[in-house]
Structure formats: C-alpha cells, structure tokens
Write a protein that binds this ligand. Structure first.
Ligand SMILES: [Zn+2]
Length: 450
C-alpha cells in the first residue's frame, strides 16, 4: 500500500513509518499506522498547547495514532521496536488548527476574475481538483485540522474531500465541514446580474424559519459537521463615517437553524461583521462569530456571558484594497481600522478566541500562519496566539484533549519549527516537520530522524 505516496513532493521521508510499499492496485492507506507501532519523538523544546511555558527536553511516546505518554527525555527506555525521531533543536508543537478555511476558493484576486468566475466558469471537477491541492497545502504548512466553513457554490464537495482524506486517498488535514452555508434572498453572491438571468449562489438562500430549518436539516443530512450562516452581507461606510452591514436572517430564522443543529449535537458558525446582524447572531444563539469586525462593549459582554467564540480572521482584510477614494476602498480601510480595536477589546474582556484565517479568500500559496503575527500585533502573546490555534481551537471543535495538545490520549498530530515561535511567531510560517495521526507527512529538518 502506498501509505504516503505524496511524501516525495513534500520532503524527505525520514522514517520507516512513511516508507512507500508499492502495490499496483491498492489505494493509499488511511494514514493511520498499526496500533502496535510505537514512535518516540525527542523534542528539545515542547510547546504542548496548554502549558504557559515550553518544556525542555521531552520525549513523546506514540502508539498507533495516539500519544500515550510525555516525559523528560532519557527517563524511560524506548519500547522495544520503537522508532526514535530526534528532532534536534527544533521546537515541537501540536498540529495547528485553522477554524476558518475555504478549500473551494482560490483567492478572490480581481485580476484572476475575482469570486464570480469560480462559480460561473470553473467546472465542479476543476474546483474539486484545486481543493485537493488546497488541503495538501494546509497539511504541508502544519495545519493538521481545519474547519472549512462552506464551499462557495461547490455544493457538498467538502464532504467528499473529507472522505477522501479520511480514507487515505489524498493527503490533507482532518476536516470539519459545513457544506453549503445559509443566507437569505439578497444575502449572498452572485449578484449584480440581470434579473432575468438565473445565476448560481455561493450559499443556500432561505426565507422564513421553515425554509431555514429545512436547509439545516438537508445540510446535516448530507454530512455537515457544522452549519455556517451569513448574518451580514453587504457593508459600506455611511455619511458619518461608520461601518454599516446589511443584516440577513431574522432572529426567528436563525433560531430555527440553531435549534435544529443543536438537536443534532452540532454547532452553528455565524459570519457577522457588526450592527443589527451581529446582534441577531448573538440573540439567536450562534456558537461562533466569524470576523466580528466591530463588537460593541455590550456585545462583547454578551459573548462572554453566552460563551460565544470569536474567530477573528484578521489578516485577510489587509488584501486587495480598492482605491482609497472609492466607496469600496473606504469600506476596505474602515474594516481594518475597526477590526483591530474590536479584537483588542474582546481579548481584554476574556472572549474565547480561536484561530481562523479565511484562507481561500486569499490564495493558498500565501502562508496561512501570517495570521499569528496579526494576533500578536493586536495584543496576544505568542503563546496565546499558538493556543488559539491548538487547545482553544480544539475546544471550539468539541475536541478538547483529543486535538490541539501534546498529551496522553490525544491524536499524534505534531509539528516542529526550526526557530523559537515564542521569540518570533512568524517562525510558524516555516513548519519543517508534520506528523498527522502518528504518520510523518513532512520532514525538512536537517537533523531529524534516524
Ligand atoms: Zn470565510
């Protein structure tokens, strides 16, 4: 079986774990080693995802796809037959988690046709092929888990990509998917075409609580792990210079979705910039606010009280600003201006913040980890930013203790970086070693392995 046939593309294969065993007809293996197989990873510095400080000279014992023990290096002999991976002077961390991705988007670069061309001119197969590349890029960059928050007109494509990864046909992170997303009439692209022409929409549009609940049921039925709702859509700057966002669903519509989704023991992520739509998102019981560009003090207090998560996606708003003297240019700049302040206030107030980037909204060739530096710029310590992408993100996903930590019982998802990310968080842009489910999928560390 070709367990990791892509390894040659990603980097050196340094361990027998990822040795390709060629077979003419077998699919790539599920990427999960035999439960009896043991690996010891030696870490000069370990950031475990929850501790306030890194731990020096640790060994991580892995059996199959799980971490079974973490202890001071040299205090236990490796189990008989165990692989030993000495990662030299690198810093080891849990696999990273991006809670806001779009694998079916390829940036919205105006010169490349922007958003619309992706729905109007790209065949579904082409979009799926590029999504396969996107998930590989995420994994290569150390993101071993993603929450993909809708396919932008590509239907249930994310469900199939998730399955292909889980079955080992393609490399990629473990995925939490939200399928089509939900908005209202007038609440999502494509728009601006002649009324006589029917164009595809990037989300499932509903009007009324009955349609809202039905859409949630359909999406859950077809494999959604999360439901994504757009609670605001268009935005602009008004005469007073304030950012205004068009609200979409009513509280009643949203409540129908939240009630249905929570009944399935799943959660609802709400895109919301500010104003009426954001207030409805909170009053309707959203589990996570995506973007949250402009949160009032009262809204922040409500988020703290309700335990609502914020997934800020700071970096994406620095892309592709229109000229400053145009309405959209003014809006682009205003969004950035209010976003940082909002993030700082939420952070100070103790809002639960999880790492998310909106990658796909920017191209997959750019570093996903650029978001860390923005979080630090607006007040997080590097350790807080790292935890937002590890243990905190895992909490948002309902995977506390299983993902985002290097601790017994967790999945063996590890990364390593050559320089200290606590000194410069941009070190996370250069992830040199990635293990998912106990299988090495990338290793470019000169001193790694044996
Ligand atoms: Zn998004």
């Amino acid at each position: 079986m070709r367990r990791q046939a892509f390894i040659g593309v990603l980097g050196l294969c340094l361990t027998r774990l990822c040795l390709a065993q060629e077979s003419a007809i077998a699919p790539i293996a599920p990427g999960t080693p035999a439960a009896s197989h043991s690996v010891v990873v030696r870490a000069r510095a370990l950031i475990d995802g929850t501790s306030a400080q890194p731990r020096a000279n640790q060994e991580i014992l892995i059996s199959g796809d799980r971490i079974t023990a973490v202890y001071a290096a040299g205090t236990r002999p490796p189990p008989p037959g165990a692989e030993v991976l000495d990662l030299g002077s690198a810093t080891v961390l849990p696999g990273l988690i991006d809670c806001h991705t779009h694998i079916f988007l390829q940036g919205e670069v105006p010169a490349a046709g922007g958003y619309d061309i992706q729905l109007l001119k790209f065949p579904a197969s082409y979009r799926a092929a590029r999504a396969v590349v996107a998930v590989r890029r995420a994994l290569e960059q150390g993101f071993t888990t993603i929450r993909d928050v809708e396919t932008e007109g590509a239907g249930y494509g994310d469900v199939g990509i998730r399955q292909a990864i889980d079955e080992g046909y393609i490399p990629g992170p473990r995925m939490f998917v939200s399928t089509r997303a939900i908005s209202t009439t007038g609440g999502y692209n494509l728009e601006g075409y002649a009324p006589e022409i029917v164009v595809p929409k990037g989300a499932q549009l509903i009007d009324g609580p009955v349609e809202a609940r039905k859409a949630a049921r359909e999406q859950l039925d077809h494999g959604a792990d999360w439901i994504k709702v757009y609670m605001t859509h268009r935005s602009w700057v008004d005469e007073q210079g304030a950012l205004v966002s068009q609200p979409t669903l009513t509280v009643e519509e949203l409540k129908a979705i939240v009630d249905e989704t929570h009944g399935w023991r799943k959660k609802v992520a709400c895109h919301a910039y500010n104003g009426i739509g954001l207030q409805r998102a909170l009053d309707g019981g959203c589990d996570s606010i995506e973007h949250g560009l402009e949160l009032t003090d009262a809204q922040i207090a409500q988020m703290v009280k309700q335990g609502t998560w914020l997934v800020p996606t700071l970096a994406v708003y620095y892309y592709d600003h229109d000229p400053p003297d145009t309405p959209t240019g003014k809006r682009d700049r205003k969004r950035v201006e209010v976003h940082g302040i909002s993030f700082q206030k939420a952070l100070r107030a103790g809002v639960r913040i999880a790492f998310g980037t909106d990658v796909g909204g920017f191209v997959w060739t750019d570093p996903i980890a650029q978001e860390f530096a923005r979080m630090v710029e607006f007040g997080m310590t590097p350790m807080q930013a790292i935890q937002s992408a590890t243990s905190r993100a895992a909490e948002l996903l309902g995977e506390r203790g299983r993902l985002g930590v290097v601790a017994p019982g967790a999945y063996a998802d590890l990364i390593a970086v050559a320089s200290d990310p606590l000194a410069d968080v941009n070190a996370l842009k250069n992830v040199a070693f990635v293990m998912k489910n106990g299988v090495v999928v990338r290793s470019a560390l000169a001193s790694a392995g044996k």
